[in-house]
Design a protein around this ligand. Structure first.
Ligand code: XBP
Ligand code: MG
Length: 258
């Protein structure tokens, strides 16, 4: 295993409740009577990308208006308001990183293992989420940051993972991706990257059959991973754990009948 590729929303932090609140705050600000409750938002998360999600919803409820000439501008303007509301909710470190994320990123940095980000989220969202735990120069920790501005086509398409692999200069099979959703797993697998999934409440019901491992979270010394409680040595996921699992994946792939 030569590199790690991290998804953002749901993986680095459990962000989708803040995103949902930001969407609803934007709808209210512009006078729309739209409201995305948890069950509806959980379904809408099947559409990756906030702009794509808004347009998909609008097309479902008002197909005529949503296909007008100015629909794209309207969606972009609404999404910019949403992004402002998201920043207001997340800025200042109000949203903690998920267990094990800060520890694993620091371990990779300290041991020279290159890491990248592959996300469909808006670039501005990364700064508000990562500047507090890692400082204003958080980007220095990553060999590549690939986001909604990097590729037009969103997950489950593999494009953002291809971009991360190109930037890393590492073969897909020599990496491990960390994801939270079925769209993310499908994108990583389509790019050939073995993937560890840590679902959230929004994605727990998704299908993760092609995942290398599915865990409640990555854990820490004082917060063991429930699925690793039988482990004698270490009950959280570190680079050595990932290298061991990656070795099994490589072996399994090598053995997979043609
Ligand atoms: C999850 C997404 C994003 C967020 C909302 O991204 O699909 O669209 O839900 O963020 P990830 P934007 O690939 O990190 O899981 O409104 O900025 O798209
Ligand atoms: Mg995600």
């Amino acid at each position: 295993m030569q590199a790690l590729i991290f998804d953002v929303d749901g993986t680095l932090a459990d962000t989708e409740s803040a995103h949902r609140e930001a969407f609803n705050a934007a709808f209210t600000e512009v006078g729309l009577d739209w409201h995305w409750d948890e069950p509806l938002y959980t379904r809408l998360l099947d559409v990756a990308g906030g702009k794509e999600r808004i347009l998909h919803y609008w097309r479902c409820i008002e197909p005529e208006e949503a296909s007008g000439a100015r629909a794209a501008q309207t969606v972009a303007a609404l999404h910019a308001i949403k992004t402002r509301h998201y920043a207001a909710r997340v800025d200042g470190g109000t949203l903690p990183l998920r267990p094990g994320i800060a520890r694993l990123i620091r371990e990779a940095n300290e041991t020279g293992v290159p890491i990248a980000i592959a996300t469909t989220t808006t670039p501005d969202n990364l700064d508000v989420l990562l500047a507090t735990p890692f400082g204003a120069d958080w980007r220095k920790r990553f060999a590549a940051v690939c986001d909604a501005s990097t590729t037009a086509v969103k997950k489950p398409a593999p494009d953002v993972y291809w971009a991360a692999l190109d930037a890393l200069g590492v073969q897909a099979a020599h990496c491990i991706a960390l994801e939270d959703s079925e769209n993310g797993l499908r994108a990583a697998c389509a790019a050939g990257v073995p993937t560890v999934v840590t679902p959230t409440a929004y994605t727990r019901h998704h299908c993760f059959d092609d995942a290398l491992m599915v865990l409640s979270h990555l854990g820490d010394a004082d917060n063991p991973v429930p699925e690793l409680m039988d482990e004698i040595e270490r009950r959280y996921v570190d680079l050595e754990t990932l290298r061991r699992w990656h070795g099994h994946a490589s072996f399994a792939t090598a053995c997979r009948p043609a």
